[in-house]
Design a protein around this ligand. Structure first.
Ligand code: NDP
Length: 262
């Protein structure tokens, strides 16, 4: 896979899957723009990119739920690189909740981050990606493909991303732009802690044990395994793939929904 001369924007690159994805793109020679809210963590990602990459990434601090910051993000990328080839919509959040206790505030927070922000940035970036006949990869979840108890709004938001992926893929195919998603299974990152899955009562350990059983391969995935799938779908090696929702989930999707928690 070769990304020399390609400008790649990775959202949520300050942590977890996004950071691993940025590093892999750097290894394959991409010109990188990385974004997140935590600037200190973006610097860490940039340092790790520099170990493999030939060029310094462009770091842009932005809250993607803020429209002005999202516009400024894209303007900064275009000002710096003059064009944009590939957009990786990776930033996202999870929160626990079922229909009886998920407030509208919680619902809005999740949908504003996981859906509205992705819609907005993609809308702004699309003309530039069309100009380069580039690609978009969205980070969805196996929770979009199956039904679980305990993360209702999150599961719904990721299903929306899968539909978004397929519809935009159809819209942009005649213009030479491919749009795909990856649908990861459980990968231990900051997300579980931030999403309340790691209380001090052994909840994280229980989550890990539950996840091992839920994935036929018998383990959780790694950020690097998801990054490889993202980079593949963005690359010319996937030149005939568009509108795909690609599980990277140790077989969890084919196992079928067990009705248990994520
Ligand atoms: P992390 O919590 O490690 O990373 C999430 C990233 O999203 C961070 O860089 C964070 O930025 C960024 N982010 C969140 N909200 C905003 C916002 N409002 N504006 C800008 N950036 C934001 O989680 P993961 O790496 O695990 O998650 C990455 C993606 O993978 C998410 O979309 C998630 O839903 C998906 N996923 C993860 C799975 C898992 O098991 N880990 C499984 C399936 C899908 P900052 O830290 O700077 O605030």
């Amino acid at each position: 896979m070769q990304f020399e001369g390609k400008v790649v924007l990775v959202t949520g690159a300050s942590s977890g899957i996004g950071a691993a994805t940025a590093k892999l793109f750097a290894k394959y020679g991409a010109s990188l723009a990385i974004t997140g809210r935590n600037y200190a963590n973006l610097i860490k990602t940039a340092e790790e990119c520099n170990i493999h990459g030939k060029k310094d990434p462009l770091l842009i601090k932005a809250d993607l739920t803020n429209e002005t910051e999202t516009k400024r993000l894209l303007e900064s990328v275009l000002l710096h690189f003059n064009h944009l080839d590939i957009l990786i919509n990776n930033a996202g959040i999870v929160e626990l909740g079922v229909i009886e206790n998920t407030s509208l505030e919680q619902y809005d927070r999740i949908f504003n981050t996981n859906v509205r922000a992705v819609y907005h940035l993609t809308m702004l970036a699309t003309p530039h990606i069309i100009a380069r006949k580039g690609a978009i990869v969205n980070v969805s979840s196996v929770a979009a493909l199956q039904s679980y108890v305990g993360t209702l709004a999150y599961n719904m938001s990721k299903s929306a991303i899968d539909q978004f992926t397929r519809c935009v893929a159809l819209e942009l195919a005649p213009k030479g732009v491919r749009v795909n998603s990856v649908n990861p299974g459980a990968v231990l990152t900051e997300m579980q802690k931030r999403g309340g899955m790691a209380g001090g009562d052994g909840a994280l350990e229980q989550y890990v044990e539950r996840s091992k059983k839920a994935h036929p391969l018998g383990r959780l995935g790694t950020t690097e395994e998801v990054a490889k799938a993202i980079v593949f779908l963005a690359s010319e090696d996937a030149s005939f793939s568009t509108g795909v929702n690609f599980p990277v989930d140790g077989g969890r999707y084919v196992l079928g929904s067990t009705g248990i928690s994520m």
